[in-house]
Design a protein around this ligand. Structure first.
Ligand SMILES: Cc1cc2nc3c(=O)[nH]c(=O)nc-3n(C[C@H](O)[C@H](O)[C@H](O)COP(=O)(O)OP(=O)(O)OC[C@H]3O[C@@H](n4cnc5c(N)ncnc54)[C@H](O)[C@@H]3O)c2cc1C
Length: 305
């Protein structure tokens, strides 16, 4: 096996480290190591980083890892972690701008504070704005791309381009290039247009939506939200529960008793392989009992151990 050659780069302001466990960079708190991991200082620093990487270096992007399973064998090449607690949020020309590394709940609160409504749904999506763009995250009737005016994307070669929704084919938890190709580049920022409204009501709605989540989701245990997309006209959780799978466990991974479409890692000791085997078991059981083929919403990256 060829050893990974750590990139030797100059003039960077971010943090580059090697052989880093990705468990703490995903909300499932499971998975293997990244050969290299880069925490960019900002968008320009990330551009400089990408320009210095050879074209042979594989690059994988993570936001807050709240929709991602990293396999136990880890990720070859460099993982870029976009989440940045200092990420910028701003109001400009009637639009709300967010760096891709900002947490979505921060964007929701920022928008509400500035008299915008309908961004409240993002308060309960515990990822980054970049992750919300890549997934077209949504809930409670809201969906990320409904409000996007334009995005800034950094290509693998380190060049910034600005795109609009017309450049994408956008669907339920799905975003592709307009020609159907998979997403390319890294989202570095986005401009949103949210309707103007009552800031007090928006803040109250955020409170209400978060309370609903606490009541219905196993938020105290490591998880990655809904594992499967809802099939048309139905709910994955209902189908899984109807098969008696609540509480079913493989290794350290368990189907949540509180919400059947969540898989939890209650003692923090689950292998990614346990989680993946449980996902496969749930899909197969639901298919056998109901005839419905559930589609995975969570993304799986890396190699098996
Ligand atoms: C408790 C809980 C509740 C959740 N509820 C919801 C919900 O209601 N609705 C919903 O839609 N989701 C929900 N999720 C799933 C998840 O939070 C969202 O999909 C979120 O948008 C993912 O953001 P992230 O930054 O964590 O992405 P990650 O998991 O880090 O990445 C997900 C994908 O996006 C890509 N990506 C991330 N950042 C970028 C970027 N800057 N540029 C290009 N690609 C990028 C990654 O490569 C990967 O393919 C929930 C998760 C949890 C844990």
């Amino acid at each position: 096996m060829m050893m990974h050659e750590p990139p030797n780069l100059v003039g960077l302001r971010g943090r580059l480290s090697h052989r880093v466990s990705l468990a703490k960079y995903t909300t499932w708190r499971a998975g293997g190591i990244a050969d290299s991991l880069y925490l960019p200082a900002d968008r320009d620093d990330l551009a400089s980083f990408l320009r210095q990487l050879t074209v042979f270096e594989a690059v994988t992007v993570l936001g807050l890892g709240s929709n991602t399973l990293v396999r136990d064998g880890g990720v070859r090449g460099t993982v870029v972690v976009m989440h940045n607690p200092g990420a910028a949020l701003a109001v400009m020309d009637g639009l709300v701008y967010a760096d891709a590394g900002a947490a979505s709940p921060k964007l929701a609160r920022f928008a509400a504070t500035h008299g915008c409504v309908e961004a409240e749904f993002l308060a309960g999506v515990p990822g980054t704005v970049g992750g919300a763009l890549a997934m077209n995250a949504g809930c409670y009737g809201g969906e990320t791309w409904r409000y996007v005016v334009r995005v800034e994307v950094l290509t693998r070669k380190g060049v910034f381009v600005v795109r609009t929704p017309a450049d994408y084919a956008i669907g339920y938890r799905s975003v592709r290039r307009a020609d159907g190709a998979a997403l390319d580049g890294i989202f570095t920022g986005a401009w949103f247009r949210f309707p103007q409204g009552d800031a007090t009501k928006a803040r109250a709605r955020i409170k209400d939506l978060l309370a609903r989540r606490i009541a219905t989701q196993p938020l105290a245990l490591p998880n990655a939200g809904s594992v499967f997309r809802n099939p048309p006209g139905d709910h994955a959780a209902r189908l899984i529960e109807s098969c008696g799978l609540k509480g079913y466990a493989i290794g350290g991974a368990r189907v949540s008793e509180k919400h059947a479409n969540f898989i939890v890692n209650p003692r923090g000791g689950a292998k990614a392989a346990d989680i993946e085997a449980l996902i496969a078991h749930v899909r197969e059981t639901v298919r056998m009992h109901t005839g419905v083929e559930l589609e995975q919403e969570v993304r799986v990256v890396g190699e098996a151990a």
